[in-house]
Design a protein around this ligand. Structure first.
Ligand SMILES: Cc1cc2nc3c(=O)[nH]c(=O)nc-3n(C[C@H](O)[C@H](O)[C@H](O)COP(=O)(O)O)c2cc1C
Length: 187
């Protein structure tokens, strides 16, 4: 089997808690973003953009998570706040895939959002092809307008996913996949 097929047949997400430094270097990151932008895109709208969180920027994003958690749950313990912070600091690199989907005379909004999902999947596959682990997550803050405003999303923009990327610290056990007999029919 060729390498691409082998990669696709074995791809597995790695949760951020099992992703450590080193993350991709500048050249690898540029390749990842280029690959993320090479997705099916009806009408050539590029209805997505990417926000990179690396190094100290992750800490600033985590500060926002801590602030919102304290506001929503004044009784939250120091450990609970620390756990919320880790959601954006565990992996050395997090790429937010932002959907810019907007009404268009010909291209449905749903197709534009699906195109941004393809960006996330391309990032997962490319990161694993480079030897990294990766995970596509949303988490509560992907839907929290206060957080989205603070990281610079416009009112009509949404998060399709945060793709966490880093070096795997341990192998992740296989996850059951649906049997083809359960999901495939012939017309
Ligand atoms: C849009 C989207 C959002 C997701 N958000 C989360 C999440 O917030 N937390 C989580 O544990 N898994 C989330 N997942 C699932 C993981 O990305 C992943 O698919 C799952 O852990 C299984 O791993 P696998 O990719 O090896 O099948 C999400 C998946 C998608 C497609």
């Amino acid at each position: 089997m060729n390498d691409v097929l082998e990669l696709l047949k074995t791809r597995r997400s790695t949760p951020p808690g099992f992703l450590a430094a080193p993350g991709p270097d500048a050249g690898q990151l540029a390749s990842l973003l280029e690959i993320a932008a090479r997705v099916p895109d009806h009408g050539k709208l590029a209805p997505w953009r990417f926000i990179v969180f690396e190094g100290e920027a992750r800490e600033r994003a985590a500060d926002i998570l801590a602030e919102l958690t304290r506001a929503d749950r004044p009784q939250a313990t120091a450990e609970e706040i620390a756990n919320e912070r880790k959601r954006l600091t565990a992996a050395p690199l997090v790429v937010a895939v932002v959907s810019k989907a907007a009404q268009h005379p010909k291209i449905p909004v749903s197709e534009q959002i699906l195109s941004s999902a393809a960006c996330c999947q391309n990032l997962l596959i490319a990161a694993q092809a480079m030897g990294f682990g990766a995970a596509w997550l949303t988490n509560w803050f992907a839907f929290d307008r206060r957080f989205l405003d603070r990281i610079g999303l416009a009112a009509h923009e949404t998060i399709t996913g945060f793709v966490h990327i880093g070096t795997r610290t341990q192998a992740i056990e296989e996850r059951p996949r649906p049997a083809l007999a359960d999901i495939v029919t012939r017309f």
